[in-house]
Write a protein that binds this ligand. Structure first.
Ligand SMILES: Nc1ncnc2c1ncn2[C@@H]1O[C@H](COP(=O)(O)OP(=O)(O)OP(=O)(O)O)[C@@H](O)[C@H]1O
Length: 351
């Protein structure tokens, strides 16, 4: 079922339009306060917009302020299920009763609801937990049961709100695998802060910032060629934005000219971005300029140890160097250095 929403929530500065194709999983990414939960709330029926329309498989879920008529379907009539960070199971019901609750409340007989619950518990590998109460489950087990409960109502749209965020790192991979399985061919939106979820769970990414869609496309396209600092940060890339010149280089606003491999035709005079991995950027002492395709001279703002590398940041560029290099160059905030990288390691593209 295709899901389409185009809505505005004034009090939250939200005004966005999103379409999820039938059977498609969209990962919704964005900084804190970008409007991700607001979008889920609009779809689930927890928030009513000031203006807007949403349809699911052609059914109108909400229609406010467009044609004079006013439709805001209650949550339980939408065919939408929400899987939250916390499993939020009913504490006084057994696992099986928790899963059977949805089908029961949408009209299934007791026996049907029970059959459906058992089938879903088997699907999420939790059959042996059926008689337990939520207090007797680990975080990972509870989330498995929550997945079964969310799907037992056979929703036409599944919403997942950071479904792995509250889980221990040791159990998250198993739940991620389970989600990957159940999301196949399912129309779903998953809110996440984790780029790995975006790659593994989603067909497409939508990036929200300040209540607006700022980027959208297949995960690789958005993350390999980011157009916003947020997407570049997620992808772990440096993003330098400027203007293309006639030779296919990117000229930054301070006049610095950077050369790169080109992806897509760069039109002279048009906006262009250059992306380069911090691990492909070297840091050299001021006294050691040498000759390089690209040199950016800047003052170190931040020195951050990250496992076996040290990330050196200076304004808009960052480099990963070994601890030995950081020590040899005596890198610390306020040190002026050259950041150098080859054209081969950088990708330029239109934005
Ligand atoms: N209950 C609320 N009442 C009014 N404004 C709210 C409420 N909840 C959130 N907001 C505001 O609406 C905007 C969008 O918030 P939202 O919670 O949708 O963002 P988010 O992308 O889900 O953020 P996070 O990643 O922090 O969960 C923010 O400016 C936020 O301050």
């Amino acid at each position: 079922m295709t899901f389409e929403v185009d809505a505005e929530v004034l009090s939250r500065g939200f005004d966005a339009r999103i379409t999820v194709a039938e059977g498609e999983t969209v990962a919704l990414l964005g900084p804190n306060g970008a409007g991700k939960s607001t979008l889920l709330g609009l779809a689930a029926g927890l928030i009513a917009p000031d203006r807007g329309r949403a349809t699911l498989g052609g059914r109108v879920l909400l229609d406010v302020g467009s044609s004079g008529r006013q439709v805001v379907l209650p949550a339980w009539r939408r065919g939408v299920s929400l899987l939250a960070q916390e499993a939020l199971l009913f504490p006084h019901l057994t696992v099986r009763e928790n899963v059977a609750f949805g089908p029961r409340s949408t009209g299934a007989s007791r026996a049907e609801a029970r059959r459906s619950a058992d089938a879903w518990l088997e699907r999420v590998d939790a059959t042996d937990l059926a008689r337990r109460r939520p207090a007797e489950l680990s975080g990972g087990q509870a989330q498995r049961v929550a997945v079964a409960r969310a799907l037992a109502t056979e929703p036409e749209l599944l919403l997942l709100d950071e479904p792995l965020a509250a889980l221990d790192v040791s159990v998250a991979p198993a739940i991620r695998r389970l989600l990957r399985e159940v999301l196949q061919h399912r129309t779903a939106i998953v809110v996440t802060h984790d780029v790995l979820d975006a790659y593994t769970l989603a067909d497409r990414i939508v990036v929200l910032e300040a209540g607006r869609v700022v980027d959208a496309g297949p995960a690789r396209a958005v993350l390999d060629r980011p157009t916003t600092p947020f997407a570049a940060g997620l992808a772990g890339l440096n993003l330098l934005v400027g203007t293309a010149d006639a030779d296919g280089a990117v000229v930054l606003d301070d006049g610095q000219r950077l050369s790169a491999r080109s992806a897509g035709a760069l039109e002279p005079g048009a906006a262009a971005a250059l992306a380069v991995r911090p691990s492909a950027v070297r840091v050299l002492a001021l006294a050691d300029p040498g000759h390089h395709d690209n040199t950016i001279t800047a003052t170190v703002s931040d020195v951050e140890p990250r496992g076996d590398v040290v990330r050196i940041r200076a304004g808009r560029i960052a480099a990963d160097v070994t601890p030995a290099e950081a020590a040899d160059l005596d890198l610390q905030p306020a040190t002026a250095v050259h950041f150098v990288f080859s054209a081969e390691d950088a990708l330029a593209y239109p934005v």
